[in-house]
Design a protein around this ligand. Structure first.
Ligand SMILES: *Cc1c(COP(=O)(O)O)cnc(C)c1O
Length: 387
């Protein structure tokens, strides 16, 4: 009832969610769901964690919103912490991943205008996902979006992922940056090869290009290190964060080196950049990840999930188990039907394509939760496809 008031954008089941706690969600009928999507790789610390509700209520009572025109202390504290724990020197805050990526695209174009004879083209990748604003949709390499919302924002060249030769061929005097997700999340959990990333870094040096990592999904502990670039031994020039950075609160960030501190007044902004409530939340998420053994848990639970999936391969046609940390994918026919059957049984998992299941739980997932996942998943998979 009342659902007709919502503009249709996505097919949803009838359930209406009312409560969340840790790994669980509840709907209006009292049905409980074990949540291995975690708000779409967002609820890093689980549903309604006490540290966040306390930080939110404390900050809401003190200073909810100042104005983007003034400094506030949580903004300074959080930016300082992000520069301390990453290879970057400067931070711009926004509210969504797409907004952070828009900032990165603008910064690259600004750099091109200032230092590279107005170069503006950005090389991005097939199957990539960078958001839903017009520019980030244009950057995205989703085949289904090719003909949507024409004309697209110009200046994006899409190359096959992990194909260094294709990138070399795509570079022209107009190229200003290369932008990638170190692990493609929405596209099906595909990791960039270390040699590919190293090759991109070398191309960037050679041609004076910026390397942009979209870590909206891979950042903030998701892949077992605080940021995914740490796996690759390269320093990008720009990195974007979203999703897990706010643990469920709308928050994003774009980080860059001090050489890229080149915006002039009026070039970039936003009403909610550095909004104190969001800043308190982000700082709390960061401190919890760093001080509560969260990264160790991510790595341990990665190994457990991969081990149990590998065991499941002896009774079910599961292939290509892949991913880093708690961003794990595997292939199986009928993935969407399997995810729907799991939902009926009170388990939330994501089919990111008709043949791929993606597992992106909160980073605090326990051994028991994982055994519960397999307790529901295994009979559903073997009943459909048992060997
Ligand atoms: C989700 C996602 C985005 C978009 O973030 P929004 O908050 O939905 O705007 C961008 N890039 C990647 C890699 C993502 O996973």
């Amino acid at each position: 009832m009342g659902k007709e008031a919502l503009l249709f954008t996505v097919k949803r089941p009838d359930a209406v969610m009312v409560k969340g706690d840790g790994m669980y969600l509840w709907d209006t009928t009292g049905k409980q769901y074990l949540d291995f999507i975690g708000g779409w790789a967002v609820n890093a610390l689980g549903h309604s964690p006490k540290v966040l509700s306390e930080a939110i209520s404390d900050q809401a009572k003190t200073l909810l919103n100042a104005s983007p025109a003034y400094y506030n202390q949580p903004m300074i504290d959080f930016a300082t912490a992000l520069t301390q724990y990453s290879c970057f020197d400067k931070v711009f805050f926004g509210s969504s991943g797409a907004e952070a990526n828009e900032g990165a695209i603008k910064l690259a174009r600004k750099y091109g205008a200032k230092f590279k004879q107005n170069a503006f083209e950005i090389i991005t990748f097939e199957k990539s996902f960078h958001g839903r604003t017009l520019a980030t949709m244009s950057a995205t390499g989703k085949a289904q979006w090719k003909s949507l919302y024409e004309p697209k924002v110009p200046g994006f060249i899409h190359c096959p992922f992990n194909d260094l030769e294709a990138v070399k061929r795509a570079i022209t005097p107009n190229t200003v940056a290369i932008m990638l997700e170190p692990v493609q999340g929405e596209g099906g959990v595909f990791s960039a090869d270390p040699s590919f990333v190293q090759g991109l870094k070398n191309l960037c040096k050679e041609h004076q290009l910026l390397l942009i990592f979209d870590e909206v999904q891979t950042g903030f502990g998701r892949t077992g290190t605080l940021f995914c670039y740490e796996h690759y031994n390269v320093k990008p020039d720009i990195m974007t964060l979203g999703k897990g950075i706010g643990g469920g609160f709308p928050l994003s960030a774009m980080l860059c080196t001090k050489e890229l501190d080149i915006f002039e007044p009026g070039d970039q902004g936003g009403t909610y950049m550095g909004q104190p409530l969001a800043m308190r939340v982000g700082l709390t998420v960061l401190n919890t990840i760093l001080n509560e053994g969260v990264l160790d848990n991510v790595n341990r639970q990665h190994d457990l999930i991969v081990r149990l999936l590998t065991e499941l391969q002896s009774v079910a046609p599961i292939t290509n188990i892949r991913g880093k940390g708690l961003l794990i994918g595997f292939d199986i026919d009928g993935a969407q039907d399997i995810a729907a059957a799991c939902f009926e049984k009170g388990l939330i998992i994501n089919a990111c394509s008709p043949t791929t299941i993606r597992i992106i739980p909160p980073l605090i997932v326990s051994d028991d939760d994982i055994h519960a996942l397999f307790g529901i998943l295994k009979p559903i998979i073997t009943a459909r496809t048992g060997l």
